[in-house]
Write a new protein. Structure first.
Length: 118
């Protein structure tokens, strides 16, 4: 059997990105990380890790891969993430009835917040 263990993001500012993603996902950093790599793990132990690798790279637009974050209260989560430093990405091809909002982290890595509420 195989499973997703960690999703890796390349980052320029490791400290800032660690703060953003830890707060965004309620993840905690592994204790033995280095000056150029941090593995964030779910506080409750459920779900994949998010690894932050300090290695400059240009993010393609649109990105080939992104995170989809499911939220029961999408407007509240979008507002919270923007308060943490995310920005909304406007896309002219987004359908009017889309169940997602596109955001970017402080370094421009895009992710979607999906309305998972009932």
């Amino acid at each position: 059997m195989i499973r997703v263990g960690s999703i890796v993001l390349r980052v320029d500012d490791l400290r800032r990105q660690t703060e953003f993603w830890a707060a965004a996902l309620d993840y905690v950093a592994r204790q033995d990380d280095s000056d150029d790599f941090v593995l964030l793990r779910p506080r409750d132990g459920v779900g994949p890790n998010l690894s932050l690798d300090m290695h400059h790279s240009e993010a393609p637009t649109p990105p080939r891969i992104h995170l989809d974050l499911y939220a029961d209260d999408q407007p509240a989560e979008v507002a919270r993430l923007i308060t943490l430093g995310a920005t909304e990405v406007h896309w002219d091809k987004r359908p009017a009835d889309a169940d997602y909002v596109i955001l970017a982290d402080p370094e421009g890595n895009r992710f979607c917040v999906i309305d998972a509420g009932e």
